[in-house]
Design a protein around this ligand. Structure first.
Ligand SMILES: C[S@@+](CC[C@H](N)C(=O)[O-])C[C@H]1O[C@@H](n2cnc3c(N)ncnc32)[C@H](O)[C@@H]1O
Ligand SMILES: Nc1nc2[nH]cc(C(=O)O)c2c(=O)[nH]1
Ligand code: SF4
Ligand SMILES: [Mg+2]
Length: 240
């Protein structure tokens, strides 16, 4: 039995990002991250401010917690963090438990670590971090992850790059050129994750800015540009 550090579980809500945007899903957010992105919208998963809220849970207790929250009102569970790829055996067990109930598992991770259970995930989102984050991409690791996912023969993997400025945009292009066969989603960065109230006008302005970069760029004919849909609706509210 391997326990998983969980900082929050919530839902049902609507997946707001990437390949399965718009789908009803539960969320499980794991504690701990090997990165420290300057603009992280979930810094409470690693900066110590919510450490007292972490519970170490058996995979079965997580499933039970989700069922308690939502009954049968979900078919999808998104596991995010923090970095869920820091967790080994426990996550493999959780994914098996979900599958045994006919529930699909989606993972949000940044591509800094491999886990064998990636091959069992229904929707794997890898979100390498652009320069504005202050993080440095381990390209060997990312190559390795993308190769292994390709070798697994499952069409479950996509890339998502958050773009704050034109340097980030060039980074996103580099990612696209390196892995042209992997679907790439671009999402504008939320520049103030603490602002209260309605931030939708600010986010939409950044979406239009990103649209215009892609519209003008013949090297980006295949990418999809998406907002953080949940942030347009629920702004910086946590647990949405
Ligand atoms: C909080 S992270 C957790 C999963 C994993 N650590 C990762 O970064 O992919 C979930 C998603 O939110 C994105 N994200 C974090 N902060 C953001 C911000 N300020 N604006 C836009 N997207 C952000 C990340 O890039 C990632 O795609
Ligand atoms: N609704 C909603 N969609 C999301 N997609 C990715 C999220 C994340 O924080 O990983 C997220 C989130 O926090 N909420
Ligand atoms: S990798 Fe994800 S969770 Fe970790 S600091 Fe960056 S955005 Fe936040
Ligand atoms: Mg989020």
């Amino acid at each position: 039995m391997s326990k998983i550090p969980v900082i929050e579980m919530f839902g049902p809500t609507i997946q707001g990002e990437g390949a399965v945007i718009g789908v009803k899903t539960m969320f499980v957010r794991t504690y701990g991250c090997d990165y420290r992105c300057s603009w992280c919208d979930s810094a409470f998963t690693w900066d110590g401010t919510a450490k007292d809220k972490v519970t170490l849970l058996e995979p079965e207790a997580i499933l039970n917690g989700l069922l308690e929250l939502a009954g049968n009102n979900f078919d999808n569970v998104t596991i995010s963090g923090g970095n869920p790829a820091l967790i080994g055996e426990g996550m493999a067990e959780l994914i098996n438990l979900l599958h045994a109930r006919g529930i699909r598992a989606a993972i949000e991770t940044q591509g800094s670590r491999w886990q064998d259970w990636f091959c069992d995930v229904d929707v794997l989102t890898i979100s390498p971090k652009p320069p504005s984050s202050g993080m440095v991409t381990d390209w060997d690791m990312l190559d390795n992850i993308i190769d292994r996912m390709r070798d697994s023969g499952r069409e479950t993997c996509s890339l998502k790059v958050v773009v704050f400025d034109t340097v980030d945009y060039q980074y996103a292009k580099q990612v696209h050129q390196r892995y042209p066969w992997v679907p790439l989603y671009l999402q504008p960065g939320n520049e103030d994750v603490t602002e209260e109230g309605d931030i939708s006008a600010r986010l939409l302005a950044r979406l239009e800015w990103l649209f215009n970069l892609v519209i003008a760029d013949p090297g980006m004919n295949q990418v999809k540009v998406l907002p953080q849909l949940h942030a347009l609706i629920w702004h910086n509210k946590r647990g949405k």
